[in-house]
Design a protein around this ligand. Structure first.
Ligand SMILES: *Cc1c(COP(=O)(O)O)cnc(C)c1O
Length: 451
């Protein structure tokens, strides 16, 4: 398949070019240029799964892992082929997913799609892992190597670093603002070693981002290194996020018709991936875009005007985004027409007070602790259910509650345990390289180590 820039349909690239370029030269995002119809595939996989799963769970012959990988392969053949051959797709999928989503039914009308069973316990593991393995395969086939530069304010850098750990032909350099990330986040960035280097920048997150941008524009660096990025807007992270929507439809034997997905959203990559799956033929009734008070998209859906503004800090901080980059992709999908978008998307805004209340209520009703991002989704879903218009809602659960222990405890009085993967990081030694926020220092470092 070919991918074009959201800002210029004539700027066309294949998958390899699109993922290594990250952003198009015109500043746009790469987006699929065609919409393969996969409704037959989804339907037949669901039928097949129903047969092999029997009437009860213990009769099942297909494991969650087999099913998820099967879906990932079948979809990838159709999106990445013929550019990437089937055996390569199979290797990428197998290496990327040694974890799966978990579909947990709560009652007749509500279920959770838990996306936090990957190595860093957040849904970003799905996208980061697939991108890392795709890049490794594509570099290997051409005997090339690359250096990935990432600026992080905390959480996202962790998923990227972990996904690229030990990949051949790839070095990852992470820039983070000294003293401005949490203790756990810093451990995630600085304890991996191998091909992952953490630069502790004496400055703000904006300094880190500026340095990365300057490095990409620097001629002497580009002449000697293959510099690339792994931002959340990367097409190679977007595509795999569609897999778990399809998995939810196929593995939930309770439901046949289209369900409603509630997606706790910030940059809107997660939701956009769901909309892609729907474009490819997945039966979906509606997507609920659940945001915290950073609600530019719900506001757009209400008023028809897109008004980006500086972000505000909230308890669901991975969604504190004032100008969601994937909105460009949503505009392309819905022909820049708010009425078309309203048919599939509905926005809900949730305050911090409601988020805390939602965590408490969820625990009372279901005996399960959820993190503040998932709670935003729960509060939004409840409002919709009370209107009585939708039958079946699947809430995407985007992070493990243990990553937000303090907030969970504040809401429920119970401190969730830190997941094992993350707990073991605490004992590891931090290794970072302190650096002033100057391009010259970054350039010298990169040329010295990676030329
Ligand atoms: C990144 C993130 C989100 C927001 O996802 P987008 O794709 O940016 O909309 C929600 N929850 C958690 C836990 C996240 O890390």
């Amino acid at each position: 398949m070919i991918f074009f820039s959201t800002r210029n349909r004539k700027e066309r690239r294949d998958f390899r070019e699109a993922i290594f370029m990250g952003l198009a030269p015109d500043g746009g995002l790469y987006h699929p240029a065609s919409k393969p119809n996969m409704s037959e595939l989804f339907f037949s996989l669901k039928e097949e799964f129903r047969k092999t799963s029997g009437d009860t769970l213990d009769k099942r012959t297909v494991s969650d892992m087999e099913l998820f990988r099967r879906i990932a392969r079948e979809v990838s053949y159709r999106i990445l082929g013929p550019e990437i051959d089937n055996p390569t797709v199979e290797r990428i999928v197998k290496k990327s997913f040694d974890f799966t989503p978990v579909h947990r039914r709560l009652d007749e009308r509500l279920s959770l799609l838990e996306l936090f069973h990957g190595p860093t316990c957040a849904f970003k593991d799905f996208g980061a892992s697939f991108l890392a393995n795709a890049m490794e395969e594509l570099l290997e086939s051409r005997n090339e190597s690359a250096v990935i530069l990432v600026a992080t304010s905390g959480d996202t850098g962790g998923a990227v670093a972990r996904a690229f750990l030990g990949k051949k032909r790839i070095d990852v350099v992470i820039l983070y603002p000294s003293g401005r990330v949490s203790y756990l986040q810093e451990k995630q960035l600085t304890t991996l070693g191998q091909n992952i280097t953490a630069l502790e920048i004496k400055g703000s997150f904006d300094d880190c981002q500026r340095l990365v941008k300057e490095a990409f524009l620097d001629d002497s660096l580009n002449a000697s290194l293959n510099l690339t990025s792994a931002n959340s807007i990367n097409l190679g992270r977007l595509i795999p996020q569609s897999f778990y929507y399809i998995y939810s439809y196929i593995s939930d034997t309770h439901s046949n018709e289209g369900v409603t997905f509630t997606v706790p959203s910030g940059n809107f990559g997660n939701l956009t991936a769901g909309v892609l799956a729907w474009e490819w033929g997945l039966p979906v009734e509606k997507f609920i875009a659940a945001t915290n008070v950073n609600d530019v998209v719900p506001q757009y859906l209400e008023e028809g005007l897109f008004k980006p503004r500086p972000s505000v800090e909230t308890l669901s901080n991975a969604m504190d985004v004032g100008n969601p980059s994937n909105f460009e992709r949503l505009r392309v999908i819905f022909d820049d027409n708010v009425d078309k978008m309203r048919v599939m998307l509905h926005g809900e805004r949730v305050t911090d007070e409601e988020t805390l209340e939602g965590m408490k209520e969820f625990y009372k009703n279901y005996g399960i602790l959820i993190d503040p991002h998932t709670a935003v989704g729960y509060v939004a879903s409840n409002r919709i259910l009370k209107l009585g218009k939708v039958r079946d809602i699947v809430i995407l659960s985007t992070a493990h509650p243990g990553k937000f222990g303090e907030t969970v405890e504040e809401a429920t009085g119970i401190r969730p345990e830190l997941p094992e993967n993350l707990g073991s990081l605490m004992e590891r030694e931090k290794k970072s390289i302190p650096m002033e926020p100057h391009l010259k220092d970054l350039r010298d470092f990169l040329l010295k180590h990676f030329r």
